[in-house]
Design a protein around this ligand. Sequence first.
Ligand SMILES: NC(=O)c1ccc[n+]([C@@H]2O[C@H](COP(=O)([O-])OP(=O)(O)OC[C@H]3O[C@@H](n4cnc5c(N)ncnc54)[C@H](OP(=O)(O)O)[C@@H]3O)[C@@H](O)[C@H]2O)c1
Length: 405
Amino acid sequence: VRIGVLGQGTVGGSFSKLLRERQSQIELVTGTKISEAGTLTRSSGSFTEILDNADVIVEAIGGVNDAADYVTEALQAKKHVITANKQLLAEQGQQLWRLAKENQVQLRFEAAVGGVVPIVRTIQEALAVSPIDAVHGIVNGTTNFILSEMESKGLGYQEALGLAQEKGYAESDPADDVQGRDAAAKLAILSLLAFGTTVNLSDIAYRGIEEISPADINYASKLGLSIKLLASAERIDGGLSVSVEPVFLDQAHPLSQVHGSHNAVMIESTVFNEITLSGPGAGGNETATAVLGDLISIITGGASLPEHTEDLQITSEIISPYYLHLEISDRPGVLSEVAQVLADLKISIESVVQEAVSSTAADAQLILVLHQSKSTEVDKACQELAKLKPVHGRPRAVRVMHSSA
Ligand SMILES: NC(=O)c1ccc[n+]([C@@H]2O[C@H](COP(=O)([O-])OP(=O)(O)OC[C@H]3O[C@@H](n4cnc5c(N)ncnc54)[C@H](OP(=O)(O)O)[C@@H]3O)[C@@H](O)[C@H]2O)c1
């Protein structure tokens, strides 16, 4: 089997190196002789030549346009393709999977979600015919690192972002990561795998971590909660609710212990309760390891393509407990005004913490944890609460998730 490698950056370069280092082991395990059919960068190599000489194309150039052209051409030429490109799959996955099927070749993408964490093959193979009720993932290492630093060291958002950039966990333009778009692209892929339903990037209401303040984290920790940016797809009322947003998790929740730049995905099912997989979500060697696993599967003939099996109605509605943070004037009667707004929307309160901003200040922070509520009702509550005179600024609502154990 001859392998052509497009891109020689962090992932492509590590993969080519790994291929040379592991050649004899790969040949031993698969009983197949392997060789590299050429590499492509912006300044070296010829795609046409590589395509002619290869049986498998590894796409590790990133971006959408050129990657889409190369992958399309490779599939049309009946070459198997391995890609680490979540953006490409989130935007054009359906067409590419169809093309792979028509040409009877494989399109594999383990590295596109969760780096080395084998989530794609777990859903696609181990759980291929098991009913899945929900998938919740920490699928962006940059934001998990930032939130972990804010939580453990009490840093502000900007400070933690600066540290992530210094350590190479965040790019100089971190917008896609911190605004939740990267996680949304991965969620689109996970949703198709787990529910057989096409979810477009535009279907996903995504919210990032930029508005999370040290005060939120501080109060939540008093309530025994820790914060994660979660990408969630869950069956609700016969439809599929998809969202990317910061969520407070209780300490017993399997995803609450995933710290730093690690990724983790939790799969829920009435049949097997819960499976959580975690590990490094990025890095050259880590991602290349996932690509290598895909190569072994192709050589040994594993795995089917994701099938479109269900047309679930996509929604961003969630039913969940919520944390609500209000800045208020510290005077009698405010709590009852707030409670009245919530009661009018049939939202009930689980617990309340009120703290003065300082011993002399007339302002206070009011933190409420709400019982199970519809996200649309909580949004309405935030709008109504913002109109109350004693409420300053914009109320912040964050979903709270408890462990099912
Ligand atoms: N880095 C990670 O940890 C990680 C983790 C999971 C998934 N991924 C995904 O893996 C893919 C590659 O990421 P990366 O971090 O390896 O990127 P990278 O370090 O920027 O490397 C990109 C490589 O592709 C080449 N390239 C870019 N555009 C090209 C074009 N139009 N034609 C030919 N060659 C082109 C570049 O060539 P030059 O050398 O000439 O610039 C470079 O060698 C992306 O889809 C990314 O989302 C990365």
